[in-house]
Design a protein around this ligand. Structure first.
Ligand code: UDP
Length: 474
């Protein structure tokens, strides 16, 4: 059965201090128009997991601000069988152009997929009324579109993934998704290059964004950063460290109370050791193995380098729609075990506790703030929220020149792009150049924050949402 995740309204007034006068009055005017046009109707969002990954990251606060603007925005999470999530993970890979585990996407798989969605849609049809707007997220949900559209809802589908140069796998995924897709009035993509031909006449581009007021992005004093990381086990503790404290979304102070599960050979890094950090789900497309190998190459090239690597991701059992996490993590651990002693001493694999999402966010926040360099070395990436989070924190970044990462990083201006994601030497060189020149790294970091402010905050995203709702009514 699908379940609704309760969302508390957040006031739009938070943005008053962030926007200039014209921007603030435009946002208010837009909110008033949307409030009027959506009066008596609900704006439903349907996705496939309540935690883990970019969609689950964005929806809670985006919808909270929509509610704050007076729109009845709601979030429903569908449920599925392990078999269903295996098929949808395969689709996710295919949309990135990758074969995944190579399992078939034929009629039998389509029947399984439809079966699970039929069970979900029964419940959804009790909630959704004619005239409501339903925004479906990612391949897991697109098959819900026909039944919802028949019931009189205005259905749009948002695809958060994609590949710049479509291949046979991408075509296979679109073929699988076509029957559901046909019922969507509009489709939303993160980049123009991701739009398939069958959506060209009804595609809208909306880039993701981060909530600059979230626990994950709240300012943290350097002492708090060190204390949180020491408590989590990611830094060597200091005897006089302050409490590992952060502020919850409701304004209440809290402390980090759970350690991470860490694979490492030696002690945790000392507080002054520069860290290279990647925070990602354990997914082969995030290329944790490539980060490890690239960093190992860097260590071999510069044996005196004073830097350590932290690869962090969610505790593997926590992400409902990602059945691959455990094996990906095992593969990374196996690779780590094969490394020479001195490499293993410099590399830490951390599974962050997910039992309390705000606590998890505080740890990610501290880790990103503490990093000397943040990387997102993905082989494919629709849009990398982790990178935007790090850029907001003025971190110098190294990202692969793939997908949405190319819209986030302007090479040499607000970070560095690695042209060939498979080229370990190019990656190692980019990381080395930032570690060796902290002044340049700091300049890039300041530009990074301004780029996020201009393009990737909730104010821009909410305006795009409002336009989407208008277009669905047109
Ligand atoms: N994330 C997290 N804890 C983790 C790993 C990731 O909170 O242990 C968050 C991360 O901060 C980001 C999101 O999950 O907000 C991942 O989004 P991204 O767009 O980078 O990748 P996706 O998982 O959607 O492919």
């Amino acid at each position: 059965k699908p379940f609704e995740v309760h969302i508390q309204a957040e006031p739009l007034t938070r943005f008053e201090g962030e926007l200039d006068a014209a921007g603030w009055s435009a946002l208010q005017a837009q909110a008033a128009r949307t409030r009027a046009s959506m009066a008596g109707r609900t704006f439903w969002n349907v996705s496939s997991t309540a935690r883990g990954g970019g969609v689950a990251e964005m929806l809670p606060w985006l919808l909270a601000y929509a509610r704050g603007a007076g729109v009845d925005a709601r979030w429903v999470v569908l449920t599925g069988t392990p078999e269903f999530f295996h098929i949808t993970k395969r689709l996710h890979h295919a949309l990135h152009g990758s074969r995944g585990d190579g399992s078939p996407l034929g009629k039998a798989e389509h029947d399984r997929y439809d079966e699970v969605l039929r069970d979900n849609v029964e419940e959804l049809l009790v909630m959704v009324r004619p005239g409501d707007v339903v925004l479906l997220h990612d391949p897991q949900t697109v098959g819900l579109a026909p039944a919802l559209a028949r019931a009189g809802a205005r259905v749009a589908w948002r695809c958060h993934v994609g590949r710049d140069t479509p291949n046979d796998e991408v075509a296979r995924a679109w073929e699988f998704l076509a029957p559901g897709l046909a019922a969507a009035r509009l489709t939303v993509f993160s980049r123009a290059a991701y739009v398939p031909p069958q959506c060209a006449d009804r595609a809208v581009i909306i880039q993701p964004s981060i909530d600059i007021f979230a626990v994950k992005n709240q300012p943290l004093a350097p002492g708090a950063v060190r204390a949180i990381l020491a408590y989590t086990g990611l830094l060597r503790g200091e005897p006089d460290a302050p409490e590992p404290a952060f502020t919850r979304a409701d304004g209440v102070p809290a402390r980090v109370s759970r350690g991470a599960d860490i694979v490492r050979l030696g002690a945790a890094p000392a507080p002054d050791t520069p860290l290279l950090v990647q925070v990602s789900r354990w997914d082969p497309l995030k290329d944790p193995a490539g980060v490890l190998e690239g960093f190992a190459l860097l260590l071999r090239q510069s044996p005196d380098l004073r830097a350590e690597l932290v690869l962090a991701g969610p505790a593997v059992t926590s992400v409902a729609d990602d059945p691959e996490a455990a094996t990906t993590l095992q593969d990374v651990i196996a690779l780590w075990q094969q490394q020479p002693h001195f490499v293993r001493q410099h590399v830490h694999l951390a599974c962050l506790p997910m039992g309390d999402l705000e606590e998890n966010a505080a740890i990610v926040n501290a880790l990103q703030r503490h990093a000397a360099v943040v990387t997102q070395k993905s082989l494919q990436e629709g849009f990398g929220l982790t990178l935007t989070e790090a850029m907001w924190k003025t971190r110098p970044v190294v990202a692969s020149a793939v997908g949405g990462l190319q819209d986030q990083v302007v090479h040499g201006v607000n970070g560095l792009l690695v042209r060939d994601p498979g080229d370990r030497a190019e990656f190692a060189g980019a990381v080395r150049s930032l570690l060796a020149d902290p002044q340049r790294a700091a300049r890039l970091g300041l530009q990074a924050r301004e780029h996020v402010r201009a393009h990737f905050t909730a104010a821009r995203h909410l305006t795009d949402f409002a336009r989407l709702l208008e277009q669905l009514d047109a």
